[in-house]
Design a binder for this molecule. Sequence first.
Ligand code: SF4
Length: 241
Amino acid sequence: MNTKPTYEHFTGDPFEKEQPKDETKGAFRVIEWAYKQYGSDIVYACSFGAEGIVLIDLISKVKPDADVVFLDTDLHFQETYDLIEKVKKRYPKLRIHMKKPDLTLEQQSEQYGSALWKRKPDQCCAIRKIKPLEDALAGAVAWISGLRREQSLSRSHTNFVNKDERFHSVKVCPLIYWTWEDVWDYIRLNSLDYNELHDQGYPSVGCIPCTAKAVGDDRSGRWQGFNKTECGLHTPRSDDQ
Ligand code: SF4
């Protein structure tokens, strides 16, 4: 575990053979390892969902001035922006970057037509989320994500440390073994602020046009009406994005 994994030199998850038994199910140890390995060359891409709040709390114990990127699509709920303000007050040293897309909503409408998310959500996500994260990760060797294995089939094979083909980076996922109950137990135990919409039937909160109340699993309220379950940040590159 002495050689720092990079995209160019990736030999597998260094924690692959470990079965974490501590109360954070390995998360705290992985976060400590990540900041020791990458220092300021690692970025946490946070959506400020329930997992995000947990990770911010854990990360701030290891690196109080960590870099945190929020992809500000200009389409988030006011409740999400309110939560970010609360987080800034609770963790004043955190460096929270509100990363905007290159195009304003007006420019996107002029170039691609209005309400692109209704017609081509993949293209809209590519403009408002994927490209901004690409820009935010430029120069960083690794990034942190709050993926959990139980969230969906596509996330069930996620490791603590992953070679990330989407952004040609290393993706560190400390919460892979956490259940939805674990997340909420931690939030309540530590009296963490969270998005008020979680109490109103929205377990997963994203952009306003693409978030509805859940009707099944935690992510069933996202992109209802489309065969789409991911914004593309966690799937390999494709030519249409
Ligand atoms: S989640 Fe919806 S509104 Fe937000 S960037 Fe993706 S398609 Fe556009």
